[in-house]
Each structure stands twice: as structure tokens, then as C-alpha cells.
Ligand binder design. Structure first.
Ligand SMILES: NC(=O)c1ccc[n+]([C@@H]2O[C@H](COP(=O)([O-])OP(=O)(O)OC[C@H]3O[C@@H](n4cnc5c(N)ncnc54)[C@H](OP(=O)(O)O)[C@@H]3O)[C@@H](O)[C@H]2O)c1
Length: 252
């Protein structure tokens, strides 16, 4: 079987590095046209865009800022013509001590929910009318094992934001399935990206591997093919599902 995404338009958030960059590469290799959303990583997405002229479109937006989300949706529609799938991958993993000052803790909640959940929901809202007109559209949410297992006390907002993504995806899948819309969650465990750097530096790779059933760290390239598969249409009857990619570190 060959997965061919030629003619398909995908808006992918957080395409500049980590899981998003690996996903961008497989989507482009499969022939899709991809809007490469990023915030600070312009140089990284420009490299991808140059390698795929006419099919990869760098678009910048800070997803912490509501005002920038509609502009991103508009620019993606202009660049791609038709959007067939939205991959909500951008995210932050910032710590806040529950025993620390209230204002820092609340700021962490606001920022985490804005980037990880609110912007993903808002982008979905903005793309929904187009999906309904087309009678077709796919949402893929890159959530986390934390949505199901929970996270450390310093990452309460992160875990809650990812659990929110799961509820959002399931609601979209159930609410709009008859109109041709599908929605999926990918739930990675610890993956070797910049997001995970601090933890690896502080605790060493062995501390992660101790949790995993597999002998090697999960790489972004281990996550990306599942997102591709979900975008392709070959998994449509799994709409509403959440796929665990955590090397059996948390088996539900
Ligand atoms: N790594 C893990 O262990 C792990 C585990 C479970 C789930 N996940 C999830 O997987 C997704 C990708 O994570 P990753 O590990 O690949 O992380 P990463 O390497 O840190 O990349 C994060 C991406 O999100 C973008 N981003 C961050 N803040 C943003 C903002 N305010 N506005 C717009 N974009 C923003 C970054 O854009 P710029 O670089 O352009 O600023 C970057 O492309 C996240 O949703 C994360 O929660 C990761």
C-alpha cells in the first residue's frame, strides 16, 4: 500500500521542530501541501519550504495570542486553497509549583491553556465551516500520555490541557461525523525533542527508559507516521479514538 496525499491540504501547527517537524516531513514526502505553522522557528520551516517549492508554506503565529489565530487560519486557506486536515501539534510544557505564589501559578495555567488547548479549539472552530461545506475534514490533536495518566504536580495545567484536547476531539468526532468530519487524538509518551531536553538533562535518559518497555527513547519520527495515517483517510472509522504512542510506559 502506498499512502498518497497528493492534492491534500494540511495545516500543521508547531512544524518548526520536534514532532511537528517530523510530521511535516512525512506529509510532504507523501505529496500533501502543508501550511507550516511556527512561532520562533522561521529558519527551520524555511529549510523545509525550500525543499518542497509550491507545496510548503511557512506561516507564523503566536498561539498564546487569540488575535493571531484567525490570521493564521486565513493565511492557511489562502496558501492551500482547500484545507483537508488540521493537525494541532504546537504545545508548551512549562512548570509551576502548586505551593508557589498564586500569580505565577495562574499565569502558567493561562498560558498553557491558551497555547495547548484554546488555540487548538479556536483553529478548529475557524476551519469547521469550510470542512462542513466540503463535506469532509479531519482533525488530529497531538495530546499526551499525561491526558490519561496525569503528570507531575508541577505540570497540572499541562495534563489538564491535554485531557481537554481529548474531550474536544471526541466531541467533534461525535458531533460532526454525519457531516463527514473525523477527529483523532495521538497521545505520545516521553519523546526525544527540545520539550523533553530539560528532563533528560536533569534526570538522564535512563530515567525515561526505566518507564518504557522498549529499549530506546521514542523519537519524533516514531510519532509522525501515525499522524500521516490519520490524515490519509485510511483510519476514518477510528474517528473519536486516541492512539497511545508511549512505548508501553502507560498501558490503558
Ligand atoms: N516531547 C514529548 O515528550 C511529548 C510527549 C507528549 C506529548 N507531546 C506533545 O507533542 C507536541 C509537540 O511537542 P514537541 O515535543 O515536538 O515539542 P517542541 O520540540 O518543544 O516543539 C514545540 C512546537 O510548538 C510550537 N510552539 C510553542 N509555543 C508556541 C506558541 N506560543 N505559539 C505558536 N507555536 C508555539 C513551537 O514553535 P517555535 O519553535 O516555532 O516557536 C514548536 O514548533 C506538543 O503538543 C506536546 O505537548 C510531546
Amino acid at each position: 500500500m502506498k499512502i498518497d496525499l497528493e492534492g491534500m491540504g494540511v495545516l500543521l501547527t508547531g512544524a518548526s521542530r520536534g514532532i511537528g517537524a517530523a510530521t511535516a516531513r512525512v506529509l510532504l514526502e507523501a505529496g500533501a501541501r502543508v501550511a507550516l505553522h511556527h512561532n520562533t522557528g522561521s529558519a527551520e520551516v524555511e529549510v523545509l519550504a525550500r525543499a518542497h517549492p509550491g507545496r510548503a508554506f511557512p506561516l507564523r503565529a503566536d498561539l498564546a495570542d487569540d488575535q493571531q489565530v484567525p490570521r493564521l487560519a486565513r493565511e492557511a486557506a489562502n496558501a492551500l486553497g482547500r484545507i483537508d486536515a488540521l493537525v494541532n501539534n504546537a504545545g508548551i510544557f512549562e512548570a509551576a509549583d502548586p505551593l508557589g505564589p498564586d500569580d505565577a501559578w495562574l499565569a502558567n495555567w493561562d498560558r498553557t491553556l491558551a497555547v495547548n488547548l484554546r488555540s487548538a479549539a479556536y483553529l478548529g472552530k475557524l476551519l469547521l465551516p469550510g470542512f462542513l461545506r466540503q463535506g469532509q475534514g479531519r482533525f488530529v490533536f497531538v495530546a499526551s500520555r499525561a491526558a490519561f495518566r496525569g503528570d507531575t504536580p508541577d505540570h497540572l495545567a499541562y495534563a489538564a490541557s491535554k485531557a481537554g484536547m481529548v474531550a474536544l476531539s471526541r466531541s467533534l468526532a461525535r458531533g460532526y461525523g454525519k457531516q463527514g468530519i473525523k477527529s483523532f487524538v495521538v497521545a505520545p509518551g516521553f519523546t526525544n525533542t527540545r520539550m523533553a531536553d530539560d528532563f533528560i538533562r536533569a534526570h538522564g535518559p535512563q530515567s525515561v527508559l526505566a518507564d518504557n518497555a522498549l529499549p530506546t527513547l521514542t523519537q519524533p519520527e516514531d510519532i509522525a507516521p501515525t499522524v500521516l495515517f490519520l490524515c490519509s483517510g485510511l483510519m476514518d472509522h477510528a474517528t473519536g479514538c486516541s492512539i497511545d504512542l508511549n512505548a508501553a510506559s502507560y498501558v490503558r
